[in-house]
Design a protein around this ligand. Structure first.
Ligand SMILES: [Zn+2]
Length: 181
């Protein structure tokens, strides 16, 4: 009998989830790479995020661990990249309790030195659709251009981009308090 792991983050992909595939419609004039959201189907793919849930999390500030809106209890891991003076990341925000849970259980996060900071209530995360060229989509997802597709780039996910001053402000906020043994 298969035993289910006790805890799987909401954003984690499952092996039984259909996709990725090209959605049969355009989003802002571009083809969308997506995946069905069927958490619990198959086995958790710990190193992968479900494309639909991760896009939704970034756009709507949903906690990547529990799947509920973060509201004012919003914390952010620092796992992005500097691109042209701006900091871009695709990590979902998390609740404080959820961040602590993830830091305790996730082998990747456990070893990370940088703890998440609290997002100030007035800080606006402007999440934008992340685009990929047809060649990148082919390489990453194995998906070919379909009849639907124009020359437009593909929508692959969503990213938040912060200017340097806002990143400094975010980094100066309280960090998660972790009682490491
Ligand atoms: Zn949560």
């Amino acid at each position: 009998m298969k035993t289910q792991p006790a805890f799987v983050p909401w954003i984690t992909a499952w092996s039984g989830e259909e996709g990725p595939y090209i959605a049969p419609y355009l989003i802002e004039g571009m083809p969308l790479i997506t995946q069905r959201s069927q958490p619990g189907k198959g086995d958790p793919l710990w190193k992968r995020k479900n494309l639909a849930r991760s896009r939704l999390a970034a756009l709507e500030m949903i906690c990547g661990v529990c799947g509920q809106p973060t509201g004012l209890d919003r914390w952010q891991f620092h796992m992005g990249h500097w691109i042209g003076g701006n900091y871009s990341f695709a990590e979902a925000p998390v609740h404080e309790a959820c961040a602590l849970k993830a830091l305790k259980l996730c082998p990747v996060l456990k070893t990370r030195a940088e703890l998440p900071s609290r997002v100030p209530a007035d800080m606006v995360f402007d999440a934008k659709l992340a685009l990929g060229t047809p060649a990148e989509v082919k390489a990453k997802f194995g998906l070919e251009r379909s009849g639907l597709v124009t020359d437009a780039p593909f929508v692959c996910g969503a990213v938040v981009t912060l200017p340097a001053a806002e990143v400094r402000r975010l980094c100066s906020q309280p960090r998660i308090k972790l009682d490491r043994p």
